[in-house]
Design a protein around this ligand. Sequence first.
Ligand SMILES: [Fe+2]
Ligand SMILES: [Fe+2]
Length: 190
Amino acid sequence: MFELRAPSRAEWLKAVMEDLDSFLVDHAACERKASALGMSFVVRYPDRHEMLDELIAFSREELEHFHVMYRVLRARGLSFANDYQDEYVGALRKLVRTGREERLLDMLIVAGVVEARGCERMGLVRDALPEGELREVYVQLTRAEARHHGLFFRLARLYFSDTAIQERSSYFLDAEAQILDLQPLHARLH
Ligand SMILES: [Fe+2]
Ligand SMILES: [Fe+2]
């Protein structure tokens, strides 16, 4: 499994809770991007039938989360923001190797690590929210996200040895902790 090297800083949670609306707008975008990421595997590896069914289901679930977040935004009178480059995900993707097989392993691991961080952070927001509808949304979403990093780990095991997965996971987990640390404190998921 993907065990994060470092917990999120308390200052991050503070920044989020101080500007919850901005965070919610960003979170909605992250759900949409997660759905698109799932489908990008389907487009790139159409012959890998052992993983496609689960990836299509994953993309649908993330799209469902996007829909949930859209309703949250609507209820608060908020709209989607212009799209921007997610520096955190971008920095991780830069470390992905070229070559069809290497790329597949690295992308599955990056997806898993990003899911693990998303799950950790949604759990922190859930715990910081007062009782109510929004907290319930985060209870549900965190529960779903907790399955996702395990999914990508399992999919990697369909095609790659434990040693190869171990080695690349370790590399990406170290990198993730460093990259996260470089991000400015803002009310975003990453
Ligand atoms: Fe999600
Ligand atoms: Fe997810």
